[in-house]
Unconditional design. Structure first.
Length: 123
């Protein structure tokens, strides 16, 4: 079970790192691609630091949603395959409770940060 969890975590980290790197590559000089696009007449949009931070936060929140979904599916499989074993049902319930608590914490922290920054920027 630990091996499967470790493999899934490694996969999520690698895939998440790929998406984060691709977001950062859009904001960088793109190794001369901006100059090439300008010479070719292709319009390029300038990315502000705040926009980049928002995109990064969006990617991280999407990644956390995928982890939440994976935990819920995993707990559901444990529960379905418990075959009346109360300890496995309890384990599945604990995983579901922890996943929901984690999701609530992440969404609440995002809401608090969004509220604080909206309040500070409007002043």
């Amino acid at each position: 079970m630990r091996k499967i969890t470790l493999n899934l975590l490694t996969l999520f980290i690698l895939v998440g790192g790929f998406f984060l790197y691709s977001q950062n590559a859009l904001a960088a000089d793109n190794y001369g691609l901006d100059k090439t696009a300008k010479e070719a007449g292709i319009p390029m949009k300038n990315t502000d630091v705040a926009v980049l931070a928002g995109q990064t936060i969006g990617v991280v929140l999407s990644f956390l949603a995928v982890i939440f979904l994976a935990l819920m599916i995993y707990a559901g499989f444990i529960w379905m395959l418990a075959r009346g074993n109360e300890s496995e049902v309890t384990t599945a319930k604990n995983i579901i409770k922890a996943a929901i608590a984690g999701l609530i914490i992440v969404v609440a922290s995002y809401a608090i940060v969004k509220f604080v920054f909206t309040f500070l920027l409007s002043s």
